[in-house]
Design a protein around this ligand. Structure first.
Ligand SMILES: [Zn+2]
Length: 230
């Protein structure tokens, strides 16, 4: 019974169109309606959230937060989608294009995350090394951070990385070097391509990259469904 009640809470938080002040107890300026979102996009087209599957046809996605297989144990998103602000998505297009020339591609693990998800993560795991503090919000809430790994395009297999996604451990850090040589090379390859296209590492997590001007994008709390139905 406990599991069922846990399941309902995040889905209501993320998927509901109903907005209340309880969604943002920290007085952060967050775009939480499509009206606000669309006004922001009209004023600054960079802030449009772009569907990665539309801008990179065939992009591999594994959105763990749309399944039970994530650190919370429940689905946080009601559909496995990945959105990023337009310049961030376009940088990823260029990076993927470059990677494909050597037979590699990206697998997207998470991208834009509605703020309600960040609030819920912090309730489940209040350690701000691995989970954003809801007082400031996550770069994911701005559509300017992406979690990703590398795959072989021919087989679809992931290249071996230091840990699984969302392994909240020291081994996930870029500073951790007690790893097999090929794993170090794979991590360095991902870092090299991302840095070449304007992304920056987040040292504790090998899978997380922030775009260069990440904090210039607004915090959002519009659902995937609202974005898809727009
Ligand atoms: Zn991340």
């Amino acid at each position: 019974m406990k599991r069922i009640s846990f399941l309902l809470i995040p889905l209501v938080l993320v998927a509901s169109c109903h907005r209340t002040d309880s969604r943002n107890p920290y007085n952060l300026p967050i775009a939480n309606t499509m009206e606000i979102y669309l006004a922001q996009v009209a004023q600054d087209p960079r802030t449009e959230l772009v569907d990665l599957e539309e801008i990179i046809p065939g992009i591999a996605l594994h959105i763990a937060y749309a399944t039970e297989d994530n650190f919370t144990g429940v689905p946080i998103y009601s559909s496995p989608k990945a959105f990023l602000c337009r310049p961030v998505a376009e940088a990823l297009v260029a990076a993927q294009d470059s990677l494909s020339k050597v037979g590699l591609g990206f697998k997207i693990l998470d991208a834009y995350r509605p703020y309600a998800g960040t609030l819920y993560f912090y309730q489940v795991y209040p350690d701000t090394t691995f989970v954003a503090n809801p007082r400031s919000g996550s770069i994911h809430n701005r559509g300017a951070a992406v979690d990703l790994t590398l795959i072989c395009l021919e087989t679809g297999n992931e290249l071996e990385m230091p840990t699984p996604f969302d392994s909240f451990s020291d081994t996930a850090s870029h500073a951790f070097t007690d790893l097999p040589e090929h794993v170090l090379q794979n991590r360095a390859l991902l870092r090299g391509i991302m840095e070449a296209y304007g992304f920056h590492i987040y040292e504790p997590e090998w899978w997380h990259y922030n775009f260069t001007d990440a904090r210039s994008y607004p915090l959002r709390d519009v659902s995937f469904e609202e974005l898809m139905n727009h």
